[in-house]
Design a protein around this ligand. Structure first.
Ligand code: ARG
Length: 459
C-alpha cells in the first residue's frame, strides 16, 4: 500500500529498509508539543484569514488537544510508516475529527513545520539552560562568599604561581558561566523569527498572515526569506556552539575538582552524594560526577561538529539530510542539562579544606613576586633586578629546604644589602592576597565587590 500522505503518485509502498532509514519518529516525537502548538496557531490563522472555515478550525484545534493528551498520557501509538511526528499527529487527527483534518496542511509544508517545531523546542532549551546556569552561578556565589578570604595557591602551568583566594577562584567560573548565559540569550534573540508560512520553500499563494502565527508562537517576527527559513539550522548550530563552550567550561572546573579532591591535594572534600566507591578498594571515594562532567564536552562538541558537517555543502532549500539535526541537539541538550545540574549539586555540597588550601598556598615560594615587588617599592630597584635578587633568594631557600619567610635577615641581605625586616610582612600569603586590590584582583575586598555585583545582576 502506498503512503496516505503522499502516495498519490506512487504505486508501491516503501521497502522496509527505506522506511527504516527515512523514519524520524523514534526521536522527533519529542517535538509533539511544539508540533501541536504550531498546528493550532496555523489553523487559527487559516480561519482568521478566511482560508478555512471557523468550524473546521475549531474542530482541528480541539482535535489536536485530544491528540496531545493522548501523547502526554502515553496512549498514543507512534507509527514508523508515518515517518515523523508531523504525519503521526495529522494521521491521528484525521482518525479523530475526520475530513477537516485534511485542511490543516493548507499553505504549509513539513519543511516550514519542522523548522518551526524545532525552533520552538530549541528556544525552550535555551531558556532551560539559562535557568540551570543561574542556579550553578548561585551555588558558586555561595562558595565564593563563604571563602572570600580563604587563601589557596593560584597556578599557572599547574605550578604554584601566587596566592589567590578561594572566592576569587570560584568567581572566575562565575564569569565564564555568566558569559555562557549571555551567549544563550544572544542566540535566542537572534533565532526568534517565525519560519511558519514559508511553506515548502517559495512561500504560498494563500493569503496567510505570518505575523499572526509569529505572535501566537512567541516569535518576534516572521522570517524574511522563505528559502532561508526552511534551509536554516543556524539556531541549532548556535545552540550546540554555546553548549560546547559551556561544556568546555564545566570540563575545566570538573578537572580541577578531580585534582583537588585527590589525597595528594586535599583541597576539597566532595560529598558522599556526588561520589562513588570502589568495588575492590575500600578506601576509595571517587569523583565520578566530576569525571563524567569532564567527559560530556566530548559528545556535546561532537554533536556540534556532526551538525556542521551535515549542513556544509547542502544546496538550498530543504534536504532530508537536515533530519539528522535533531538527535544531535537532543543529546547535547540532555547531557548539558545533566552536567549543569550535577555540577550545581557538587558545588553546593563540597567542602573546602581551608587548612590544606592555606598550607599549599604558603609552599612553593608563592610570595616570591611579593618580595620582588617589595624591592621595587621599598628599595627602588628596577623590576628586572628585583626579579633577579628574588630568584637568588628562592634558590637559597630551596637549597636549604625552607620557605622564603624562613630565611634570616642576614641571608636576605646577602642577596641585596637594602633588604630590611619590613620585607617579612609581604611574605605572608594573607598579606599577599590582601595587597592585590587592583580591579578584578584577588584581594578579598575586590572579590566581595564582584560577588555583590553578581548578586545584583541575578536579582
Ligand atoms: N522529518 C522531517 C525532518 O525532520 C520533516 C521534514 C520533511 N520534509 C520533507 N520534505 N520530507 O526534517
Amino acid at each position: 500500500k502506498s503512503n496516505a500522505m503522499w502516495g498519490g503518485r506512487f504505486a508501491a509502498g516503501p521497502d522496509a529498509i527505506m522506511e527504516a532509514i527515512n523514519a524520524s519518529i523514534g526521536y522527533d516525537k519529542r517535538l509533539a508539543f511544539q508540533d501541536i502548538t504550531g498546528s493550532r496557531a496555523h489553523a487559527a490563522m487559516l480561519a482568521a484569514q478566511g482560508i478555512i472555515s471557523d468550524t473546521d478550525a475549531q474542530t482541528i484545534r480541539e482535535g489536536l488537544l485530544t491528540v496531545l493528551s493522548e501523547i502526554e498520557s502515553g496512549n498514543f501509538e507512534f507509527s514508523t510508516a508515518l515517518e515523523d511526528i508531523h504525519m503521526n499527529v495529522e494521521a491521528r487527527l484525521k482518525e479523530i475529527v475526520g475530513e477537516p483534518a485534511g485542511r490543516l496542511h493548507t499553505a504549509r509544508s513539513r519543511n516550514d513545520q519542522v523548522a518551526t517545531d524545532f525552533k520552538l523546542w530549541t528556544r525552550d532549551q535555551m531558556d532551560a539552560v539559562v535557568m540551570g546556569l543561574e542556579a550553578l552561578i548561585n551555588a558558586l556565589l555561595d562558595q565564593a562568599e563563604a571563602g572570600a578570604d580563604w587563601v589557596m595557591p593560584g597556578f599557572t602551568h599547574l605550578q604554584t604561581a601566587q596566592p589567590v583566594t578561594w572566592g576569587h577562584h570560584m568567581m572566575a567560573y562565575v564569569e565564564m558561566l555568566g558569559r555562557d548565559m549571555s551567549r544563550f540569550k544572544d542566540a535566542r534573540a537572534r533565532m526568534n523569527e517565525n519560519p511558519l508560512g514559508s511553506a515548502a520553500l517559495a512561500g504560498t499563494g494563500f493569503p496567510i498572515d505570518r505575523h499572526m502565527t509569529a505572535e501566537a508562537l512567541g516569535f518576534d517576527r516572521p522570517t524574511a526569506n522563505s528559502l532561508d527559513a526552511v534551509a536554516d539550522r543556524d539556531f541549532a548550530l548556535e545552540f550546540l556552539s554555546c553548549a560546547s563552550i559551556t561544556a568546555m567550561h564545566l570540563s575545566r572546573f570538573a578537572e580541577e575538582l578531580v585534582i583537588w579532591s585527590s589525597a595528594q591535594f586535599r583541597f576539597v572534600t566532595l560529598s558522599d552524594r556526588f561520589s562513588t566507591g570502589s568495588s575492590i578498594m575500600p578506601q576509595k571515594k571517587n569523583p565520578d560526577a566530576a569525571e563524567l562532567i569532564r567527559a560530556k564536552v566530548g559528545r556535546i562538541m561532537g554533536a556540534m561538529v556532526a551538525l556542521f558537517t551535515v549542513m556544509k555543502g547542502l544546496p538550498l532549500a530543504y534536504s532530508k539530510d537536515m533530519q539528522e539535526d535533531k538527535e544531535q541537539v537532543f543529546d547535547a541538550a540532555d547531557n548539558l542539562m545533566l552536567a549543569v545540574a550535577a555540577m550545581t549539586g557538587m558545588v553546593s555540597d563540597m567542602t573546602a579544606n581551608v587548612d590544606s588550601l592555606r598550607a599549599a598556598a604558603a609552599s612553593g615560594f608563592s610570595t616570591a613576586t611579593d618580595l620582588a615587588d617589595w624591592l621595587v617599592r621599598e628599595a627602588g630597584l628596577p623590576f628586572r633586578d628585583a626579579h633577579h635578587v628574588t630568584g637568588a633568594l628562592v634558590a637559597l631557600a630551596e637549597s636549604k629546604g625552607c620557605d622564603l619567610p624562613d630565611l634570616s635577615l642576614d641571608e636576605m641581605k646577602s642577596a641585596h644589602e637594602s633588604i630590611t625586616d619590613g620585607v617579612y610582612t609581604v611574605l605572608t600569603v594573607e598579606n599577599s592576597v590582601a595587597s592585590r586590590t587592583s580591579y578584578g584582583g584577588t584581594a578579598p575586598t575586590q572579590v566581595r565587590a564582584q560577588i555583590a555585583r553578581w548578586r545584583e545582576v541575578l536579582k
